[in-house]
Design a protein around this ligand. Structure first.
Ligand code: SAH
Length: 214
């Protein structure tokens, strides 16, 4: 993602303390307590500017949503929007996916969304892909069984890599589309989109979609 380097973003995000969880490690094993209602928790990893998770939270008040984003300058934009809406079922974390096991205990998360994750095209960087076996094992350690993941990308290389990795790790494919938006149109379904998704589909790129469980 092209990142504007916002000055003092780390400090600026702190004012949004109603939406932002600044110390997720402190809630290890009791993440449910950050929400007023006890209901399922869905987590988006690498949420960027937040359109997807905010819209999910608006449309599904019966589910709690957490958005995780590594960069303060990026999460800042999601925080500004989320703060205006004051949704009781949405909280955001400025953190790295490599630390997820420090934030959440096994069974705390009900579903994981990965949207337009960085493709890391070079083979020597494959471990950094959010669908690499290393990350999938991390997700399995924080989710309820079956571990359920929804994944969207326009990147053919990352899509193929992810299909192979899910298969290798014995995930079951619940859904797979080579053109999510066409499929949705034909079946009159609404797709909640991300910033990247809007941009890439406007350019005419098909959006690949996978839903798996293990
Ligand atoms: N989901 C958004 C953004 C996609 S870009 C959209 O579809 O529009 C990928 C995002 O993942 C970037 O914002 C990047 O900072 C974030 N990201 C990449 N690696 C991450 C990690 N290890 N932990 C948390 N966020 C990460």
């Amino acid at each position: 993602m092209r990142r504007r380097n916002i000055k003092n973003a780390d400090e600026k995000i702190q004012v949004f303390d109603e939406v932002l969880i600044t110390n997720p490690e402190d809630y290890y094993g009791k993440i449910a307590s950050i929400f007023p209602k006890q209901q399922k928790i869905y987590l988006e990893i690498g949420m960027g500017k937040g359109n997807f998770i905010i819209e999910q939270a608006r449309t599904h008040p019966d589910i709690n949503f957490i958005g995780l984003e590594k960069y303060a300058s990026v999460i800042l934009q999601a925080l500004v929007k989320a703060n205006e809406l004051k949704l009781p079922n949405l909280r955001l974390i400025n953190g790295d996916a490599t630390n997820l096991e420090k934030y959440f205990k096994k069974d705390e998360i009900d579903m994981i969304y990965l949207n337009f994750s960085d493709p890391w095209p070079k083979a020597r960087h494959a471990k950094r892909r959010l669908t690499s076996p290393t990350f999938l094992k991390i997700y399995e350690n924080i989710t309820k069984s079956p571990t359920t993941i929804e994944f969207k990308t326009d990147n053919r290389g990352l899509f193929e890599y992810s299909v192979l990795t899910f298969n290798e790790l014995k995930y079951k494919f619940l859904d797979l589309s080579f053109n999510l938006h066409e499929h949705a149109k034909e079946n009159n379904l609404t797709v909640i989109t991300t910033e990247y998704e809007d941009r890439f589909s406007q350019m005419g790129n098909p959006i690949y979609f996978i839903k798996v469980e293990k």
